[in-house]
Every structure is written in C-alpha cells, then in structure tokens.
Design a protein around this ligand. Structure first.
Ligand code: PAP
Length: 312
C-alpha cells in the first residue's frame, strides 16, 4: 500500500516548512495515512443499511456534529452528567471510516450504533454505502473560515508559529485545490449533486445555520437519524441540554479536550485542544487582504455559482 501511495503525484507544503506531504489519487489530495485509509475502506468496508454517515470536508464542523450525533443516539443511556462526551473527545466517540475499520466491524457485530464519520469525497465512498442506501448527514461551512481553520490546525500540528507559516501561501495552495481532501469545492459539489438525485438519502447542514438556529437543526438531525425527540422530551428540555453539552464553550473547557491526545495512528497523536480553536464565524476577516477576498469570491462564483449554495 505504501509503495502504491508513493507512486501518486506528490506535493510538499513549503508553507509548512516541507513537513507535510500530500498525494493525489482519484483527483483528491490526501496525506498518506488518509489515502491509505481510503483505499482500505474502499477494498473492505461493508456497510449496514442502518449506518448513518457523517460526511464533511475537514474543518467544517465535524467535531461538533459528531458530538451532537453521539448525544442524540445515546440519550436514553446517558444524560448530561454521565455522557462519555465529558471525558472523551467527540472524535473518539464516533468511528472514522478511514481509520477505525476494526471498531466499525465490532460495532456492527455487537450493538446498534449507527453513526460513522468520514471526510471522503462522495465519489470515493465505498460502493456498499451507496448500494445499502445509507443515510448521509453532510455538514459544510463557508470556504474562507475553513481555510483559516485549516491553516491554524496544520501549522499547530507541525508546531510552527504564525510568523514562520505564511498564510498567503497556505491560501494560494488551498485555492489551487491542494489541501488534505481538497479540492474543497469538489467535496461539496459531489455530495450536493448526489443529494439532488437521491434526496431521501441526505441531510444537508450548514455550520453557520446550526449556530444561528441550533434547536431546529438538532431536531432535524435527530429525526433524520431515526432518533426523533418525543414531545415529552422536548417539553423536558432535552434538546436544549444536548445543545449545551455539545457547545463549543462546554466541550472546549473540558479537561479531556484541553489536555488529552487523539491517536491518529500507532505512532501519531494530535492534541485534542487543536480541534477547538475559537469557532467564530467570519474570523477570516482578520486574515484576508482585499486581493484575497476578490480572488476567492471569484473562485467560489466560478465553482459553486450554479448551485445556489452560499459559501462566502
Ligand atoms: P476536523 O475536520 O479536524 O474534525 P472540524 O471539527 O470539522 O475539524 O472543524 C474544526 C472547527 O470547528 C474549528 O473551527 P475554528 O478553527 O474556526 O475555530 C473548531 O473551533 C470548531 N468547533 C469545534 N467544536 C465545536 C463546537 N462544539 N461548536 C462549534 N464549533 C466547533
């Protein structure tokens, strides 16, 4: 597998002092470990019709959506004082297709636990997911904030201060489609087009909308996943409690998310705190020059204009 990956076109990110290399496969750029995970999943993953996939481009709200999905699905078992979310990073509560195949097989055998997350493009999903008509919850976020979030996440992983990691270069690279799971727009377009063809399979969520109206969005997620809230639950404030438990303020202040580590593979671990930065909408305004705004708005119009999806 490693040999195969090494034959793919490569790009080494100079803005990260050449400490991060991406490989292009099926028109998508990936870090080696995610590409290997993709190929393994494509070769061996067998979906169950009851699986629900949480799909996203990196830095689009995955951690939040995973926490919400976990809290929704497990609410009969745990409340806000006993939830594993209090002691476990959301990424470790819901398996990731490109990494946790063994755990997913165990979950299939032992229990009914539908959510599985992935960053794979729609066209790269293992065939059995589509053949089984699995439900897909897709979250997307405006491209400008995704770029800023991605920039900080990677530079912190390789431990570079901002002055040593030129944002302009990171921006240009992203706009060329070269980022982990990039191009960003192809990710969104793939799911968007599929959702037009098979609307019953998809729930499309926007990070910014979830922030402005969490209650109706959380109800939509629960309903779509097959775990609708009862009227009694709604009256008892269960929806609000789940929103509070999974909020950025609550999760980012938990000890596990301040000091714990997330194992990505045997030899690589990421600090949990890197998944929680500031969760601000429009933080890009602190980073983009006028020229960058012009360039990216043009790119968004070019790539996404016809969809009606507002991503600026
Ligand atoms: P991932 O792809 O590495 O899992 P993902 O969770 O999709 O990352 O995105 C991380 C962003 O979500 C961060 O945004 P920022 O860099 O602009 O701050 C992170 O702060 C934000 N985030 C994490 N948890 C939450 C939450 N509970 N509510 C809202 N936003 C959150």
């Amino acid at each position: 597998m490693e040999e195969m990956v090494k034959t793919c076109p490569q790009h080494t990110c100079s803005w990260l002092k050449n400490m991060f290399t991406l490989y292009k496969h099926e028109e998508v750029w990936n870090h080696q470990q995610f590409l290997e995970g993709k190929i393994l999943a494509q070769q061996s993953f067998k979906a169950h019709p009851s699986d629900v996939f949480i799909c996203s481009f990196p830095k689009s709200g995955t951690t939040w959506l995973k926490a919400l999905a976990f809290a929704i699905v497990t609410r009969a078992k745990f409340d806000q004082s006993s939830s594993p979310l209090l002691t476990t990073l959301p990424h470790d509560c819901i398996p990731f297709l490109e990494k946790d195949l063994e755990q997913i097989v165990e979950n299939h055998k032992n229990s009914h636990f539908p959510p599985i997350s992935t960053h794979l493009h729609y066209n790269s999903l293992p065939q059995s997911i589509l053949a089984s008509n699995c439900k897909i919850v897709y979250i997307h976020r405006n491209m400008k904030d995704v770029i800023v979030s991605y920039y900080h996440f990677l530079r912190k992983i390789v431990k570079l201060p901002m002055e040593d990691a030129p944002f302009e270069e990171a921006f240009d690279e992203f706009c060329q489609g070269v980022s982990n799971y990039g191009p960003h727009w192809d990710h969104i377009l793939g799911y968007w087009k599929a959702s037009l063809e098979r609307p019953e399979m998809f729930l499309f969520l926007k990070y910014e909308d979830m922030k402005t109206d969490p209650i109706s969005n959380v109800k939509r997620i629960a309903e779509f996943m097959g775990y609708p809230f009862t009227i009694d639950e709604e009256k008892a404030g269960v929806v609000e409690r789940i929103i509070k438990l999974c909020s950025f303020e609550s999760l980012s202040n938990l000890e596990v998310n301040k000091s714990g580590m997330h194992r990505v593979e045997e030899t690589i671990a990421i600090e949990n705190r890197l998944f929680f930065r500031n969760a601000k909408d429009g933080d890009w305004k602190n980073y983009f020059s006028d020229e960058m705004i012009e360039k990216i708005d043009k790119l968004i119009d070019e790539k996404m204009g016809a969809t009606g999806l507002v991503l600026k």
